[in-house]
Design a protein around this ligand. Structure first.
Ligand code: PLP
Length: 486
């Protein structure tokens, strides 16, 4: 593969996205009419023609999550290395279900996962697999935890148990656990929402008392979920204390670090994750803060035997064990008997190649840069009269101010192509949420966005004088340039 040419093309697309709109303005009807008129699939088209049209659609008709002023939902900008990796994977199409078919690919994944597993402080004989995302990793955690705690679960199912198994988490934990409870047959009522303190971190005293109460009432507590970087506010649960509770009560300690887990490679941030080394299992998404394209999640577990127990399968048609390996050990080589997926893509190459190219230090700098941009955003907002309502070392800022209607400000930001942010509800109050998700976001982007927000807010509140801080900011031309017309 000739990287020079690809690099040029990548740079061209990147700058076109950066100069274009962040938010689309389109209806489903408009897109459907376009597709109807061009694609009846009866006539053939040249690939050039198809690519040009598909790119035009993607450019016009989506939120550009790789834009440096997309301050959104953990969707990252992507590196050239990770894009090249996904292309190579599509080209060679390795089948990773078992080791024998794709030894090189399997070992590259193992190697990459082993590196991160060691960073988290998990024991060397832990097991890890790439997943489609955090959802699959969290589902894996629940299935393996059930398998370990209730030996009859695998053969006889939940109805064989003497009571209702229960999972403890906060309201701020990922809402995918509702679906997981549903899918596994545990039922959504198995989730025990534990109160949070004013920083939206789990109240561990209430965790302990809720577990004790459930035990008295015949429930079967089996798992606690601690989150590193909650979706709404970026909160980090008190991992060490939760680990202690889990150890005392013999419960599975799962850490959902889908977004925040990447902080483990930052010298400045990793101390906020102390306690993660005690986890029974960890979810971490490379397709969030590790800045690779979707889907690239990871599931780590310190109990390889329970993972193999949960996902075991004997089939005659799959190629056998690798040469020179006993039956027992061969199991750990085969992803299809150690994870939910069967046929599987070479998911891990994009992280492997990006890491190899950037190096650990380069990666840490990407993380630290985004953390700095988060701090700058927080300070700039504070300095110009906004109230910060969340508390986290991660680059996620929730804010409001007197007289603000978040939905109106957000609509204005989108309409003027200033930035994409979202609304979050914290303690019942609606606020604005901005998360730095691009390693390309600059100080100038932050100043420009804060300046524009001050202007838009002043304009929206009758009788408010223009905030002097906002008018002194020298806005770059790109601030509200919309590029193509929509
Ligand atoms: C994103 C996220 C998930 C879900 O992960 P997907 O990759 O979207 O499937 C779960 N938990 C947390 C904390 C997340 O941030």
């Amino acid at each position: 593969m000739n990287i020079g040419q690809i690099q040029q093309e990548f740079a061209r697309l990147e700058s076109e996205i950066a100069d274009g709109p962040i938010v689309p303005n389109v209806t489903a009807e408009e897109i459907r009419a376009h597709l109807q008129s061009r694609y009846d699939f009866k006539r053939s088209m040249t690939l050039d023609e198809v690519v040009a049209d598909v790119e035009a659609m993607l450019r016009k008709w989506q939120v550009q999550v790789t834009h440096q002023r997309y301050f959104g939902l953990f969707n990252p900008s992507v590196t050239l290395a990770s894009v090249v990796a996904d292309t190579l994977v599509a080209m060679y199409n390795p089948q990773l279900a078992n080791w024998r078919t794709s030894p090189a690919a399997n070992e590259m994944e193992r190697h990459t996962l082993g590196w991160l597993s060691a960073k988290f402080g998990l024991p060397q004989d832990s097991i890890a697999t790439f997943t489609s995302g955090g959802m699959e990793a969290n589902l894996s955690a629940v299935v393996v935890a059930l398998t370990r705690k209730f030996p009859s679960y695998g053969e006889h199912g939940l109805r064989h148990l003497a009571g209702q198994p229960t999972i403890y988490l906060t309201e701020e934990a990922h809402h995918g656990f509702n679906k997981i409870a549903h899918i596994t047959g545990l039922g959504r009522h198995c989730l025990r929402p534990i109160a949070t303190d004013r920083h939206l971190q789990m109240n561990v005293e209430q965790l302990s008392s809720r577990i004790a109460e459930d035990l008295r009432n015949g429930f079967l507590p089996f798992m606690v979920v601690g989150t590193v970087g909650t979706t709404a506010a970026g909160a980090i649960d008190p991992l060490l204390e939760i680990a202690r509770v889990c150890s005392d009560a013999s419960l599975w300690f799962h850490v959902d670090a889908a977004w925040g887990g990447a902080a483990i490679i930052s010298q400045d941030l990793k101390h906020h994750l102390v306690g993660i080394e005690a986890a029974d299992s960890i979810t971490c998404d490379a397709h969030k803060w590790f800045s690779v394209p979707m889907g690239c999640g990871m599931f780590f577990c310190r109990h390889p035997e329970s993972v193999a127990q949960a996902f075991r399968s004997e089939v005659s048609y799959m190629p056998g064990k690798p040469p020179g390996v006993g039956d027992e050990a061969s199991n750990t080589f085969n992803p299809f008997t150690n994870s939910i997926q069967w046929s599987r893509r070479f998911i891990g190459l994009k992280l492997f190649m990006a890491l190899a190219e950037q190096g650990e230090a380069g990666y840490a700098e990407m993380i630290d840069h985004q953390a700095r941009m988060g701090r700058l955003l927080r300070e700039s907002l504070q300095d110009t009269g906004w109230r910060i309502v969340n508390s986290t070392p991660l680059p996620l800022v929730c804010f409001t101010r007197d007289g603000l209607v978040p939905s109106i400000l957000l609509a204005a930001l989108r309409e003027n192509q200033v930035a994409w942010m979202s609304e979050a509800v914290l303690d019942g109050v609606s606020v604005v949420r901005a998360c730095i998700t691009s390693f390309r976001t600059t100080e100038q982007d932050i100043h420009c966005v804060v300046g524009q927000m001050n202007r838009l807010f002043s304009d929206s509140v009758p009788g408010t004088n223009n905030d002097p801080a906002s008018t002194t900011i020298n806005e770059p031309h790109t601030a509200i340039r919309t590029g193509t017309t929509l």
